[in-house]
Design a protein around this ligand. Structure first.
Ligand SMILES: CC(C)(COP(=O)(O)OP(=O)(O)OC[C@H]1O[C@@H](n2cnc3c(N)ncnc32)[C@H](O)[C@@H]1OP(=O)(O)O)[C@@H](O)C(=O)NCCC(=O)NCCS
Length: 199
Protein backbone atom coordinates (compact mmCIF):
# COMPACT_ATOMS: atom_id res chain seq x y z
CA UNK A 1 0.00 0.00 0.00
CA UNK A 2 1.34 3.45 -0.81
CA UNK A 3 0.96 6.68 1.12
CA UNK A 4 -2.37 7.34 -0.55
CA UNK A 5 -3.79 4.08 0.71
CA UNK A 6 -3.78 2.57 -2.74
CA UNK A 7 -3.69 -1.19 -2.60
CA UNK A 8 -3.90 -1.55 -6.37
CA UNK A 9 -1.24 -2.44 -8.87
CA UNK A 10 0.05 1.09 -9.22
CA UNK A 11 -2.42 2.03 -11.93
CA UNK A 12 -4.55 4.01 -9.50
CA UNK A 13 -8.06 3.65 -8.25
CA UNK A 14 -11.53 5.16 -8.20
CA UNK A 15 -12.87 6.59 -4.98
CA UNK A 16 -15.45 9.05 -3.67
CA UNK A 17 -14.64 12.69 -4.40
CA UNK A 18 -13.95 14.78 -1.29
CA UNK A 19 -13.52 18.48 -0.68
CA UNK A 20 -9.77 17.95 -0.85
CA UNK A 21 -10.12 16.97 -4.51
CA UNK A 22 -12.08 20.03 -5.59
CA UNK A 23 -9.13 22.26 -6.51
CA UNK A 24 -7.60 19.58 -8.74
CA UNK A 25 -10.96 18.75 -10.28
CA UNK A 26 -11.69 22.39 -11.00
CA UNK A 27 -8.30 22.77 -12.68
CA UNK A 28 -9.10 19.81 -14.94
CA UNK A 29 -12.57 21.18 -15.54
CA UNK A 30 -11.16 24.44 -16.88
CA UNK A 31 -8.78 22.56 -19.17
CA UNK A 32 -11.40 20.10 -20.47
CA UNK A 33 -14.42 22.40 -20.72
CA UNK A 34 -12.88 25.79 -21.50
CA UNK A 35 -16.22 27.26 -22.64
CA UNK A 36 -18.52 25.97 -19.92
CA UNK A 37 -16.30 25.12 -16.96
CA UNK A 38 -18.05 24.85 -13.62
CA UNK A 39 -16.59 27.23 -11.05
CA UNK A 40 -14.99 25.76 -7.96
CA UNK A 41 -17.94 26.77 -5.84
CA UNK A 42 -20.24 24.63 -7.98
CA UNK A 43 -18.29 21.48 -7.12
CA UNK A 44 -18.34 22.45 -3.45
CA UNK A 45 -22.08 22.99 -3.62
CA UNK A 46 -22.53 19.61 -5.26
CA UNK A 47 -20.47 17.82 -2.61
CA UNK A 48 -22.53 19.56 0.05
CA UNK A 49 -25.67 17.71 -1.11
CA UNK A 50 -24.80 14.03 -0.58
CA UNK A 51 -28.47 13.15 -0.14
CA UNK A 52 -28.93 13.66 -3.88
CA UNK A 53 -25.39 13.72 -5.29
CA UNK A 54 -22.65 11.12 -5.81
CA UNK A 55 -19.24 12.21 -7.04
CA UNK A 56 -16.19 10.08 -7.79
CA UNK A 57 -12.61 10.65 -8.85
CA UNK A 58 -10.15 8.35 -10.53
CA UNK A 59 -6.65 8.91 -9.25
CA UNK A 60 -3.30 7.64 -10.42
CA UNK A 61 -0.78 5.81 -8.26
CA UNK A 62 0.32 9.15 -6.78
CA UNK A 63 -3.29 10.06 -5.93
CA UNK A 64 -3.43 12.72 -8.64
CA UNK A 65 -6.90 13.18 -10.12
CA UNK A 66 -7.09 11.80 -13.66
CA UNK A 67 -10.86 11.69 -14.07
CA UNK A 68 -14.05 12.62 -12.28
CA UNK A 69 -17.77 12.11 -12.57
CA UNK A 70 -20.91 13.09 -10.74
CA UNK A 71 -24.55 12.11 -10.51
CA UNK A 72 -27.64 13.89 -9.22
CA UNK A 73 -30.58 11.69 -8.30
CA UNK A 74 -33.99 13.01 -7.42
CA UNK A 75 -36.37 10.10 -7.79
CA UNK A 76 -37.31 8.92 -10.29
CA UNK A 77 -34.69 10.67 -12.46
CA UNK A 78 -30.91 10.58 -12.17
CA UNK A 79 -28.76 12.98 -14.16
CA UNK A 80 -25.14 12.54 -15.13
CA UNK A 81 -23.89 15.94 -14.01
CA UNK A 82 -20.40 15.60 -15.36
CA UNK A 83 -17.86 13.05 -16.53
CA UNK A 84 -14.34 13.74 -17.74
CA UNK A 85 -11.02 12.00 -18.18
CA UNK A 86 -7.65 13.71 -18.73
CA UNK A 87 -6.73 13.54 -22.44
CA UNK A 88 -3.66 11.37 -21.90
CA UNK A 89 -5.77 8.70 -20.18
CA UNK A 90 -8.71 8.72 -22.60
CA UNK A 91 -9.58 5.49 -24.36
CA UNK A 92 -8.39 3.28 -21.48
CA UNK A 93 -11.80 2.44 -20.10
CA UNK A 94 -11.80 4.95 -17.24
CA UNK A 95 -14.90 6.68 -18.61
CA UNK A 96 -16.55 3.27 -18.83
CA UNK A 97 -15.71 2.52 -15.20
CA UNK A 98 -16.97 5.88 -13.97
CA UNK A 99 -20.18 5.73 -16.00
CA UNK A 100 -20.81 2.23 -14.68
CA UNK A 101 -20.42 3.51 -11.12
CA UNK A 102 -22.83 6.36 -11.77
CA UNK A 103 -25.45 4.08 -13.28
CA UNK A 104 -25.11 1.55 -10.47
CA UNK A 105 -25.46 4.41 -8.01
CA UNK A 106 -28.59 5.63 -9.82
CA UNK A 107 -30.01 2.15 -9.40
CA UNK A 108 -29.17 2.09 -5.69
CA UNK A 109 -30.93 5.41 -5.36
CA UNK A 110 -34.01 3.89 -7.03
CA UNK A 111 -33.94 6.00 -10.18
CA UNK A 112 -35.96 4.77 -13.14
CA UNK A 113 -34.12 6.73 -15.82
CA UNK A 114 -30.64 8.19 -16.15
CA UNK A 115 -30.49 11.34 -18.27
CA UNK A 116 -27.55 13.29 -19.61
CA UNK A 117 -26.72 16.13 -21.95
CA UNK A 118 -23.94 15.86 -24.45
CA UNK A 119 -22.68 18.24 -27.07
CA UNK A 120 -23.81 17.33 -30.55
CA UNK A 121 -20.18 17.78 -31.67
CA UNK A 122 -18.76 15.33 -29.10
CA UNK A 123 -18.82 11.99 -30.93
CA UNK A 124 -16.57 10.13 -28.49
CA UNK A 125 -18.80 10.80 -25.53
CA UNK A 126 -21.86 9.95 -27.61
CA UNK A 127 -20.29 6.63 -28.65
CA UNK A 128 -19.64 5.80 -25.02
CA UNK A 129 -23.21 6.62 -24.02
CA UNK A 130 -24.78 4.75 -26.92
CA UNK A 131 -22.59 1.76 -26.15
CA UNK A 132 -24.12 1.78 -22.66
CA UNK A 133 -27.61 1.86 -24.15
CA UNK A 134 -28.41 5.56 -23.82
CA UNK A 135 -30.81 6.78 -26.49
CA UNK A 136 -31.27 10.30 -27.75
CA UNK A 137 -34.68 11.64 -26.71
CA UNK A 138 -34.36 15.38 -27.42
CA UNK A 139 -32.15 18.03 -28.94
CA UNK A 140 -31.73 21.38 -27.25
CA UNK A 141 -30.67 23.78 -29.98
CA UNK A 142 -27.86 26.22 -29.13
CA UNK A 143 -27.78 24.97 -25.55
CA UNK A 144 -24.09 25.65 -25.09
CA UNK A 145 -22.49 29.05 -24.86
CA UNK A 146 -20.72 28.69 -28.21
CA UNK A 147 -23.99 27.83 -29.96
CA UNK A 148 -23.56 24.05 -30.06
CA UNK A 149 -26.66 21.91 -29.67
CA UNK A 150 -27.13 19.53 -26.75
CA UNK A 151 -28.44 16.02 -27.22
CA UNK A 152 -30.51 14.78 -24.30
CA UNK A 153 -29.97 11.07 -23.84
CA UNK A 154 -31.76 8.59 -21.62
CA UNK A 155 -31.01 5.16 -20.21
CA UNK A 156 -34.00 3.29 -18.83
CA UNK A 157 -32.71 1.46 -15.79
CA UNK A 158 -35.12 -1.43 -16.03
CA UNK A 159 -33.20 -2.29 -19.20
CA UNK A 160 -29.78 -1.99 -17.53
CA UNK A 161 -28.07 -5.32 -17.10
CA UNK A 162 -24.58 -4.11 -16.27
CA UNK A 163 -21.69 -2.49 -18.08
CA UNK A 164 -21.37 -3.41 -21.74
CA UNK A 165 -18.48 -5.77 -22.34
CA UNK A 166 -18.59 -7.08 -18.77
CA UNK A 167 -20.16 -10.18 -20.27
CA UNK A 168 -18.12 -10.94 -23.38
CA UNK A 169 -20.90 -13.07 -24.80
CA UNK A 170 -23.32 -10.19 -24.50
CA UNK A 171 -21.26 -7.31 -25.81
CA UNK A 172 -19.00 -9.29 -28.10
CA UNK A 173 -15.96 -7.26 -27.13
CA UNK A 174 -14.32 -6.39 -23.85
CA UNK A 175 -14.17 -2.69 -22.95
CA UNK A 176 -10.82 -0.97 -23.48
CA UNK A 177 -9.82 -1.23 -19.82
CA UNK A 178 -10.28 -4.96 -19.74
CA UNK A 179 -8.53 -5.47 -23.04
CA UNK A 180 -5.53 -3.55 -21.82
CA UNK A 181 -5.68 -5.00 -18.31
CA UNK A 182 -5.56 -1.49 -16.86
CA UNK A 183 -8.91 -1.25 -15.08
CA UNK A 184 -8.62 0.93 -12.02
CA UNK A 185 -9.41 -0.54 -8.65
CA UNK A 186 -12.59 0.88 -7.17
CA UNK A 187 -13.22 1.61 -3.53
CA UNK A 188 -16.72 0.16 -3.07
CA UNK A 189 -16.75 0.17 0.74
CA UNK A 190 -16.07 3.88 0.99
CA UNK A 191 -18.45 4.69 -1.82
CA UNK A 192 -21.35 2.61 -0.51
CA UNK A 193 -21.02 3.52 3.14
CA UNK A 194 -20.89 7.25 2.53
CA UNK A 195 -23.85 7.15 0.21
CA UNK A 196 -25.91 5.06 2.60
CA UNK A 197 -25.10 7.37 5.50
CA UNK A 198 -26.11 10.40 3.53
CA UNK A 199 -29.65 9.30 2.85
C1 LIG B 1 -16.09 11.15 -22.98
C2 LIG B 1 -15.01 10.62 -22.04
C3 LIG B 1 -15.44 10.84 -20.61
C4 LIG B 1 -14.82 9.12 -22.28
O1 LIG B 1 -13.87 8.63 -21.36
P1 LIG B 1 -12.82 7.49 -21.79
O2 LIG B 1 -12.10 7.06 -20.58
O3 LIG B 1 -12.01 7.96 -22.92
O4 LIG B 1 -13.81 6.39 -22.26
P2 LIG B 1 -13.54 4.80 -22.35
O5 LIG B 1 -12.13 4.57 -22.72
O6 LIG B 1 -14.08 4.13 -21.15
O7 LIG B 1 -14.53 4.36 -23.46
C5 LIG B 1 -14.79 5.12 -24.52
C6 LIG B 1 -14.62 4.19 -25.61
O8 LIG B 1 -15.46 3.04 -25.48
C7 LIG B 1 -15.84 2.78 -26.77
N1 LIG B 1 -16.76 1.76 -27.16
C8 LIG B 1 -17.96 1.92 -27.74
N2 LIG B 1 -18.49 0.77 -28.07
C9 LIG B 1 -17.60 -0.18 -27.73
C10 LIG B 1 -17.60 -1.58 -27.83
N3 LIG B 1 -18.62 -2.26 -28.36
N4 LIG B 1 -16.56 -2.24 -27.37
C11 LIG B 1 -15.52 -1.60 -26.84
N5 LIG B 1 -15.46 -0.27 -26.74
C12 LIG B 1 -16.51 0.44 -27.17
C13 LIG B 1 -16.24 4.17 -27.15
O9 LIG B 1 -16.61 4.28 -28.46
C14 LIG B 1 -14.95 4.87 -26.88
O10 LIG B 1 -13.86 4.60 -27.69
P3 LIG B 1 -13.46 5.46 -28.95
O11 LIG B 1 -13.53 6.87 -28.61
O12 LIG B 1 -12.09 4.97 -29.19
O13 LIG B 1 -14.45 5.03 -29.98
C15 LIG B 1 -13.65 11.30 -22.30
O14 LIG B 1 -13.35 11.16 -23.65
C16 LIG B 1 -13.60 12.78 -21.92
O15 LIG B 1 -13.35 13.10 -20.79
N6 LIG B 1 -13.78 13.67 -22.88
C17 LIG B 1 -13.66 15.11 -22.61
C18 LIG B 1 -14.74 15.58 -21.68
C19 LIG B 1 -16.11 15.19 -22.19
O16 LIG B 1 -16.40 15.34 -23.36
N7 LIG B 1 -16.96 14.71 -21.27
C20 LIG B 1 -18.31 14.29 -21.60
C21 LIG B 1 -19.23 15.45 -21.48
S1 LIG B 1 -20.89 14.96 -21.88
Amino acid sequence: MNAAGNTGTGAGRIRTMTGADVAAVEELERALFPLDAWPLQMFEDELAQPETRSYFVAVDALDRVIAYAGLMCIEPIADVQTIAVVPEREGQGIGTQLLTLLIDEAGRRKAKDVLLEVRADNPRAQRLYRWFGFEQIHIRPRYYRDGADALIMRLELDRWTGAPGADAGQAGQAPPAQQAGTALQTDPVQQTDETEDAR
